[in-house]
Ligand binder design. Structure first.
Ligand SMILES: [Zn+2]
Ligand SMILES: [Zn+2]
Length: 135
């Protein structure tokens, strides 16, 4: 699959049986529908977090196209403070995360048991996660 943001080929990473497509060019991540829920499985506030997803009609960021159906992705807001803006396929193929955004989302999950996926992502993305958190 090609990166919807920069057109470079994406690599597939497997984290706790969830496949995520990662672009080494721009650091973006594509998750198929349902994979975010799987990544958040051990988060105590998963349902609460998923419920915060809401459409953002006034998003002014550049729109990119779905790597699966080529439709323009919709902007959605995420998180209890609604500060994070993600891109979602209108047909619900999946979600696009710009560099570091997946780390931000996972950081919101209050993981209670097992090894938090967040730690694994931190190991894989290293500085990228760190940078996004300290920015
Ligand atoms: Zn890219
Ligand atoms: Zn799509």
């Amino acid at each position: 699959m090609k990166c919807p943001a920069c057109s470079k080929p994406m690599i597939v990473l497997e984290i706790e049986d969830v496949e995520i497509d990662h672009c080494v060019g721009c650091g973006g991540v594509w998750l198929d529908a349902g994979e975010l829920e799987l990544l958040l499985e051990k988060a105590s506030n998963r349902n609460e977090l998923m419920a915060t997803l809401s459409r953002d009609i006034e998003g002014k960021e550049k729109r990119i196209r779905c790597p699966i159906c080529s439709k323009r992705l919709e902007k959605v807001r995420y998180g209890t403070d609604k500060k994070l803006v993600l891109d979602k396929c209108p047909r619900n193929d999946g979600l696009w995360f710009d560099r570091g955004e997946l780390c931000d989302v996972l950081q919101m999950g209050q993981f209670t048991s097992g090894k938090p996926v967040y730690d694994i992502l931190n190991e894989i993305f290293g500085d990228k996660c760190q940078n996004s958190l300290s920015e």
